[in-house]
Design a protein around this ligand. Sequence first.
Ligand code: ZN
Length: 139
Amino acid sequence: MQRIADLAEAAYPGEACGLLLGFHRAEGDIEVTRVAESKNMASSGRNDRFEIDPELRFNLMRELRGTGYVIVGHYHSHPNGLAQPSATDLAMVYEPELVWLITAVVGGKAVKSTAHLLSPGGTYFDDIGLDYLPAADTT
Ligand SMILES: [Zn+2]
């Protein structure tokens, strides 16, 4: 979460985005173990769109093959916006199994993050909550 906050602040007033890597736990939780920063491929001059670099994704999928780790979702920031999915976000859901993590950045400071999954009917996002696990290795 700290890394995402740092990336979201660094991109401000632009929009940061990237992929979340990890695995699905047996009890249904999703654990994120790595953050992969992406260039925002959305057309320049806007701060309300994001598009993850397809080459980054392709390379990660190849790297993760057979490891048990997968792409579990993605993150993006809302510069001077809310930590809630926008109507544009809802319109952009092509892969309903992926988690959407959204970080609001206000005045250059990351203020709040939330995580969402598309509802079963696909008409809205469910806030799925975030738990912060202690880092396994802080050295
Ligand atoms: Zn958004």
